[in-house]
Ligand binder design. Sequence first.
Ligand code: LMR
Length: 334
Amino acid sequence: MFNRLVIRLVCALGCAVALSAPALAADPIVIKFSHVVADNTPKGQGARMFQKLVEERLGDRVKVEVYPSSSLYGDGKEMEALLLGDVQMLAPSLAKFDKYSKGIQLFDLPFLFDNIAAVDRFQHSAAGQGLLESMQDNGILGLAYWHNGMKQLSANKPLREPRDARGLKFRVQASNVLEAQFKELNAVPRKMSFSEVYQGLQTGVVNGQENTWSNIYSQKMHEVQDYITASDHGIIDYMVITNAKFWRGLPDDVRTQLETILAEVTDQVNEQARAMNAHDRQRIADAGTSEIIELTPEQRADWREAMRPVWQQFEDEIGADLIEAAEQANASGQ
Ligand code: LMR
């Protein structure tokens, strides 16, 4: 009888300890940060820097897990995963938000920004900052903009004049503006996930694509494209986003520290992106697998003129005021 009592007591104590153990050593908050590019790109580096600084400063309370190269979720699925709470942070290209915010399509307009410095000025303006909050109704909160760089055109034939693109199949990101841009050239746009681009180019499913030097190099696209035109005709930048409910539910001090870290990382990414792209352009040239075509000012003007009708087409969706704010960002740098 006594023995049985002891056994029950021990059991009860054991259970109580077992139940309270996780509460005593609080599990760290896990932030899964998923993205589609390689580690050796501006965004890839940014995600790693964020992970490292969080580990150093908040290691016992927050753990950041980085999943590069579509290893957890690729395009198409990652936004859904964020909304379902399966990941907590993403940094999609600004071309991938048109389901959630028509205004963000602004960044896809061809030849809108003169250079990344102008993009930076716009992103810091009230209009740019406003777009970070334009998806709150969908439960998405923009935390920061990260730069990648200017887009270049690549193909399996030389593209010097807009008519050279006629009839070619181009991979585009999931963006209606970019689709329209290639239609203006009488080319055939095809929306495709980033992880499928290399194979698409290699097998001839598409003949060309547009991307930054760092994405072209890190995906080895230059090995399956004979020509790259240094067109600088648009941009690829990112919005670092989170699930609004998750972010607001964080302890105040943790959220504040994460925001401080993110601001530091953003400065670093944006400072390094230009150099990374310049470096990767050089590496592509050194590889010698594709010819880099420089445009004359006249040829570049022809591309601009050929693509420009897209502005009119999307002006109502995007908003003329936003387009004007972007043009002001160009002007204020002159
Ligand atoms: C692309 O799909 O080409 C880019 O958006 C990839 C990226 O995230 O830079």
